[in-house]
Design a protein around this ligand. Structure first.
Ligand SMILES: [Zn+2]
Length: 283
């Protein structure tokens, strides 16, 4: 009996230990790695690859923005009665027609701008000229102005429309312009210089769906991903991950600082020790 109790207690202790170990093991993620090969050898080849990655998004953005401006022109023509669909003869149908066109206009501006921002993250512009850099990243804001301001001006100048429909039209278009403009701003742009700065890291990690690459495979942002791609930073950039993760960047800076401190203290140790022949160390 006593021995039974003893083994039962041992069994319970063993189980508790196993559970604790399993819990500990669970915290560390077991990644599987896929090695990805590098294609571009030079900076020019890398930039050509990023341009190619961004091209479909740029074309998509431009097509959607053209559609947005077409919708605006149609909205203007409906508002000034240059176009009259059968249901626009009556006032309610007329209002619905230009409102629907302005909503489509806004949808095309917003989606086009998201594609444009995606293209700029795949293929960042140079930040050497600050104004050009801003205009390039926020082209969607300018498009939003082009897609709504002419409508507002024409409504205000229209002598035939009623005061009420002019007020509604201006309010709707100003709200649409504000929404379209704000959603088109790139609040966190990346420059070509920033991208190239981190392009010389030998081994980085990234996920299929992510937009950044990581310098450490135990980065907290990778805890939920089992399958990691690995390769050089240049390869990550070729695969559309143009930015180094902020967490990894901060950690690398911290580690560099710590190693610098140890190098400096090593050097101070050496300096206090009797100096060796300097000519000899160069050979
Ligand atoms: Zn990271």
């Amino acid at each position: 009996m006593a021995q039974d109790k003893n083994t039962a207690a041992q069994e319970a202790a063993r189980k508790a230990l196993e559970a604790a170990q399993a819990k500990k093991a669970k915290k560390k993620v077991e990644h599987t790695y896929t090695q990805v090969g590098q294609q571009s050898a030079s900076k020019e080849e890398l930039l050509a690859a990023t341009r190619k990655n961004a091209l479909p998004y740029r074309i998509g953005a431009i097509i959607l923005w053209i559609l947005a401006i077409v919708c605006e022109v149609l909205a203007i023509l409906v508002f000034v009665h240059k176009i009259e669909f059968s249901f626009t003869v009556e006032n309610p149908g007329y209002t619905i027609a230009w409102i629907v066109l302005l909503v489509l206009d806004l949808a095309f501006v917003i989606i086009g701008s998201q594609l444009w921002k995606k293209a700029n993250h795949l293929d960042p512009a140079s930040a050497k000229n600050k104004l050009r850099f801003w205009l390039h990243n926020n082209l969607g804001v300018i498009i939003a102005i082009i897609a709504f301001a002419p409508f507002i001006i024409i409504v205000l100048l229209d002598k035939n429309a009623s005061k009420q429909s002019k007020i509604i039209a201006v309010v709707v278009a100003v709200v649409a312009l504000a929404i379209g403009g704000l959603t088109s701003v790139d609040w966190n742009p990346i420059s070509q210089e920033e991208m190239l700065e981190n392009a010389n890291i030998d081994t980085v990690y990234w996920t299929a769906s992510g937009t950044v690459f990581h310098a450490y495979d135990d980065c907290s942002h990778l805890n939920n991903t089992l399958e990691l791609m690995t390769g050089t930073a240049t390869t990550a950039i070729e695969n559309g991950k143009t930015r180094l993760c902020k967490t990894c960047e901060a950690r690398a800076a911290r580690e560099a600082e710590e190693s610098l401190v140890s190098v400096v203290s090593d050097k101070m140790d050496q300096e206090t020790a009797p100096s060796e022949s300097e000519g000899g160390s160069q050979e």
